[in-house]
Design a protein around this ligand. Structure first.
Ligand code: SF4
Ligand code: SF4
Length: 208
């Protein structure tokens, strides 16, 4: 009888690469799969795998599945897992290291989640003007769902918008908020991007 064709791709060097290149990931060796981290995580229901399973998948070499995982994107850095892990595994830090690597590898394209749309609209506005103006941000976020999304989400949330307008939290006719010295902000962001690029290049070298 022929052996069944494998349906998953396993990268048996992935666990070692993660341990050697992701900050604090050497502590993953201490994980005993108790599940306290996933059980304590307030965002667990919004994650496909959760932290415990993610660590198991890293060990198993399931690189694609780990880097596409919504677990990395949906961690909100609440630190519950870090505080409660009986083996002192810095779970949150490792998840964020994996997320940085996933972004560098272009895996964010696999994310079509509300969180990803929200985060990219937020970054776009914050990096462009140095402030997050509610009107501009909301419009950009809703537009991620198309014109239909802009209209339907706007209608669904009009009560909240009216409350913000009445309280002066969201002035309708004032110019959008922005900082002075946007040029300096752009230079800071460009420098940060350059540092990240250098770091990622050295990570790639380590992968070879
Ligand atoms: S709480 Fe710590 S030891 Fe338990 S599964 Fe999570 S990382 Fe592993
Ligand atoms: S830090 Fe992230 S993974 Fe850990 S419990 Fe909080 S949301 Fe969950």
């Amino acid at each position: 009888m022929n052996a069944p064709t494998p349906t998953r791709k396993y990268d048996l060097g992935f666990a070692r690469w993660v341990r050697d290149n992701i900050d604090h990931a050497e502590r993953m060796n201490m994980c005993m799969q108790c599940g306290v981290c996933s059980g304590s995580c307030p965002l667990r229901n919004e994650m496909d795998n959760g932290p415990r399973k993610t660590f198991m998948m890293v060990r198993a070499g399931m690189k694609e599945e780990v880097l596409k995982s919504s677990t990395l994107w949906n961690c909100v850095s609440c630190y519950s897992c870090v505080v409660r892990c009986p083996r002192e595994v810095p779970v949150k830090y490792i998840l964020h290291g994996l997320l940085t690597y996933a972004i560098e590898q272009g895996y964010q394209e696999a994310q079509d989640t509300d969180n990803y749309k929200f985060a990219s609209a937020f970054w776009n506005v914050a990096a462009g003007s140095g402030r997050v103006d509610e009107r501009v941000f909301t419009a950009k976020f809703y537009l991620k769902y198309g014109i239909g999304g802009l209209i339907s989400k706007g209608m669904a949330n009009q009560k909240i918008a009216m409350g913000m307008i009445k309280s002066g939290r969201m002035p309708l006719f004032a110019a959008p908020h922005k900082i002075k010295g946007k040029g300096d902000l752009k230079k800071i962001l460009a420098k940060a991007a350059e540092i990240e690029k250098t770091k990622h290049a050295s990570l790639r070298d380590g992968e070879r």
